[in-house]
Design a protein around this ligand. Structure first.
Ligand SMILES: Cc1cc2nc3c(=O)[nH]c(=O)nc-3n(C[C@H](O)[C@H](O)[C@H](O)COP(=O)(O)OP(=O)(O)OC[C@H]3O[C@@H](n4cnc5c(N)ncnc54)[C@H](O)[C@@H]3O)c2cc1C
Length: 399
């Protein structure tokens, strides 16, 4: 049986980076993935340009039942460290918005960076190689693959979450954690669009493709100021994706479609200047015309002129535009979700090394762990930081 110092399960962002660093630190590393390409999610990410980190990365941008857990790794391998690596590889990038850094050309450049780093670490990469089982042995672990068995002193589980099953996502990492007695917190799709009930959906479907800068608020008070996008299934756009991580089934979300505008004062000014102007045309100065027309068919916008608009109608209008309460009937689920909330309970792991406290030599990194970032490069940064922390421990532990 072939023997390695470390076997890394999953050639995604976290697994490739960890394998490369451990290899460069002198470990004999085998990196396995069930797919036919390494870094498949990276290639899909950021619309093909990979939003590889966020300049404003900080622990507050991560959800976890143990919010302190991510602090150590994020502080020891920061966004600036990864940006430095990207610079060393000569990859051009730009800030799109809110600190989000994207490749100028293609996400393939980040995959190539990781492959080159793996080469430098003399990592053995095997694709189309699914890990079926892991068992403890006298000197570490024995892994059963499709067609072979390999041995290793340490195993790094970087098998990701459940989002995008078409890209090889599997519950393997969670099952492995449970097999070794670690708790796995309930998982659910996050950074995912909302679906809506009929008949509201039927009305809003006419707006499919319309995007509006908004402020959205969850029932727990968490707020995001970004765009929302109307889709043929419901609501999406960065503000909605962010909020989905904080939403529980049955809850309402509140949408302010005119953030930063004193709507009462605006209507008063317009009334003074053009009393016979229709309310519809007045609002079309501030909102997409299709949205205004849709609000009218929904009965939320009376067919009146500004001088006819009475006080109760105005109050109701302001409420429906600036505190629109929507109750999603669900999310689009793992099929389109960018990430999975929940996962391996971090209380069972060392925040310094990512090793399971009760299982020497078994490590969990990246998305399989109960650490989920906001939209905007935070999830890749967690992959890099947790991989780095784990690799330092693997190197320190090598014979
Ligand atoms: C469409 C999309 C766009 C995204 N865009 C961004 C973005 O721009 N910025 C950002 O920060 N985040 C983004 N994300 C999130 C980000 O991609 C993930 O958080 C990140 O890829 C997680 O890395 P990982 O290495 O932990 O897991 P993954 O990248 O999921 O890698 C896990 C790998 O393990 C393999 N595997 C699973 N089980 C086994 C097994 N039993 N044997 C062998 N191999 C196995 C899987 O096939 C997979 O290749 C996006 C996600 C999606 C779906």
């Amino acid at each position: 049986m072939e023997q390695f110092d470390v076997v890394v399960i999953g050639a995604g962002a976290a697994g490739m980076f960890c394998a490369a660093l451990a290899g460069q630190g002198g470990c004999r590393v085998l990196l396995l993935d069930n797919g036919k390409k390494a870094g498949r999610k990276i290639l899909m990410s950021g619309g093909g340009r990979c939003n590889f980190t966020n300049m404003y990365t900080e622990p507050a941008a991560y959800l976890s039942q143990n919010p302190h857990f991510c602090k150590s790794a994020l502080a020891r391998y920061t966004q600036w460290d990864f940006i430095d690596l990207v610079n060393r590889h000569g990859i051009a990038y730009h800030e799109k918005t809110l600190g989000q850094l994207f490749c100028d050309d293609s996400a393939q450049q980040i995959v190539d960076l990781l492959l080159k780093e793996c080469d430098q670490g003399k990592v053995t990469l095997r694709l189309r190689s699914e890990v079926l089982a892991v068992a403890q042995s006298d000197n570490g672990y024995t892994l059963t693959l499709n067609g072979a068995e390999v041995g290793a002193r340490a195993v790094v589980v970087a098998s990701g979450g459940l989002s995008m099953p078409g890209l090889g996502a599997s519950p393997f990492g969670y099952k492995l954690a449970e097999q070794f007695g670690l708790k796995v917190l309930p998982t659910r799709a996050a950074l995912v669009p909302f679906t809506l009930h009929k008949p509201l959906l039927e009305h809003l479907q006419t707006l499919s493709g319309v995007s509006v800068p908004s402020v959205v608020t969850a029932e727990n008070g968490v707020t995001f100021k970004e765009s929302i996008l109307f889709t043929h299934r419901g609501l999406s756009g960065p503000a909605i994706l962010q909020l989905s991580s904080y939403w529980q089934p049955g809850e309402f979300v509140t949408v302010n479609l005119l953030p930063g505008l004193d709507l009462a004062a605006f209507l008063e000014r317009e009334r003074q200047a053009h009393p016979n102007q229709s309310l519809k045309n007045t609002l079309a100065q501030q909102l997409p015309k299709r949205l205004v027309e849709c609000l009218q068919t929904l009965g939320q916008l009376p067919d009146v002129t500004l001088k006819q608009l009475n006080a109760p109608q105005q109050a109701a209008l302001i409420e429906s535009l600036q505190a629109w309460r929507v109750q999603p009937n669900g999310t689009e689920g793992y099929r389109t979700a960018e990430v999975t909330l929940g996962g391996v309970d971090t209380r069972a792991l060392s925040s310094k090394t990512m090793m399971a406290n009760s299982v020497p030599g078994l490590y969990f990194i990246g998305e399989v762990v109960d650490v989920t970032g906001w939209l905007g490069g935070y999830n890749f940064q967690w992959a890099w930081s947790s991989a780095w922390a784990c690799a330092q421990a693997l190197i320190a532990d090598k014979p």
